[in-house]
Structures are given as C-alpha cells and as structure tokens.
Design a protein around this ligand. Structure first.
Ligand SMILES: O=C(O)CCC(=O)C(=O)O
Ligand SMILES: [Mn+2]
Length: 215
C-alpha cells in the first residue's frame, strides 16, 4: 500500500541558499489548511486589493495583511500602516498560528526569538509575478523575513545585495517556508510568473504569507 502515499508531500531537509537564507521544504504542510482558513477570515475583514504604487501604477499581486501594522503602498510611498487604508479600521490581529509557524521556522534557520508583528498576504493569479526588490521598510534589519508559500507553485528569484547580482532560481511548493536574515536580510528577491493550475486547497491561486518585524 506504500505506493498510495508516494505522492503525499512531506517535509524535507532544510537547504541553505546563502549565509542567513534557508529553504525549509514542506515545513508548513501540516498547518497549511489552518493557515488557509485564517487567510479567508482575514480577507473577510480586510479584502484583497491591488494597491497603487508611488509611481502611479498598480500592483498586479493582490494584497491584504494583518498584525499591529501592515505594509501598504499608494501615491505617498511605501510604509507600514496601523490601519487598513481601505476600511480605516485596524488590520485584523496576527493569528497565533502565523506567529508560531514563523517563529519556529526562524529558530530553525538560526534566528531564535523572532516575534513578528506584521504579515503581508500576497495572492497571485496565474501569469502574475513580483519583480526583484528588497524588503527595507522595516525598522530593524537584525530581524529576518519569514515567507510561507501556499497553493500553486512558483519560482523564487533570489539575488544578492546589489540589484545586478546573479539570481538563483528556487522552486517553491505548497507548504514551503523561506527564511532570510543576517547577511542575506537585504538581498533582492522576486517571484517569476505563476503558471496556470488548480491547487486542491487554494484553487487557481498562489498565496504567500510574509511575516516581518515591522517596528
Ligand atoms: O510571494 C513571495 O514569495 C515573495 C513576496 C515578497 O517578496 C514580498 O511580499 O515582499
Ligand atoms: Mn519581498
């Protein structure tokens, strides 16, 4: 009967991508259904939206967030806001499960004591990508970024401190966690175009939870 389970994904050994950067394959598989349910609850209060960029464009990735503050962009720039500009209300609180999964992953990657206060939630439809960028709107760069992937697979582009540095291409699957901090904290990164597909949990989408210490 073993072959019945051959295709059930399971956590695999962590892989170092650069000093301070780790891929933890399948580390959130067990919690994925609960994480996805919580995304639905958050989105009921703070709906996914396509935010404006300072340059007048629009983000193609749909976003929402939770926590004491969440990342926003509009004509005034990039920043963390304690309230959802769309509703004027505080963001939904950061679920304990988000906190626990992220802080356990961070510890596994060598960042013990990570206490996120913010989570940006990204939703990618097929064809949508995220260009190379740095996460640099947080106050304390000694704190890592923890990124949890759910649903459709994607290609993570992981560069270096300079925009022109060579880029590694790392396949991300449902339940994978990435952690980058320390010497890799300001490395450029992005997501290649998500391919068409249908995931049993998330349907035609990839979701990404990015847990941060914003303040
Ligand atoms: O979707 C991802 O895996 C990366 C998201 C990201 O880099 C961000 O939200 O800043
Ligand atoms: Mn980022």
């Amino acid at each position: 009967m073993a072959d019945l389970f051959d295709h059930v994904p399971s956590p695999q050994a962590p892989r170092v991508l650069a000093p301070g950067a780790w891929l933890l394959p399948g580390a959130a598989l067990e919690q994925a259904p609960a994480l996805f349910r919580l995304i639905g609850e958050i989105a009921a209060a703070a709906p996914f939206r396509h935010m404006r960029t300072p340059g007048g464009g629009q983000m193609s990735v749909a976003m929402t967030g939770c926590g004491d503050r969440s990342w926003v962009t509009d004509g005034k720039g990039y920043r963390y806001s304690p309230t959802d500009p769309q509703t004027g209300a505080p963001w939904p609180s950061l679920p304990h499960l988000f906190h626990d999964v992220a802080s356990r992953a961070a510890a596994e990657a060598g960042f013990a004591g990570f206490t996120p206060d913010s989570c940006l939630i990204n939703r990618y439809a097929p064809g949508i990508r995220m260009g190379l960028h740095q996460d640099r709107d947080e106050r304390d760069f000694t704190q890592p970024i923890v990124s949890i992937s759910l649903g459709l697979p994607a290609m993570f582009l992981f560069g270096g401190p300079r925009r022109a540095d060579p880029v590694q291409r790392i396949g991300l699957n449902h339940g994978d966690i990435l952690v980058w901090g320390g010497p890799a904290r300001l490395f450029h990164h992005g997501i290649g175009p998500v391919r068409d597909g249908e995931h049993p949990l998330t349907g035609p989408f990839r979701f990404n939870l990015t847990l941060r210490r914003a303040c």
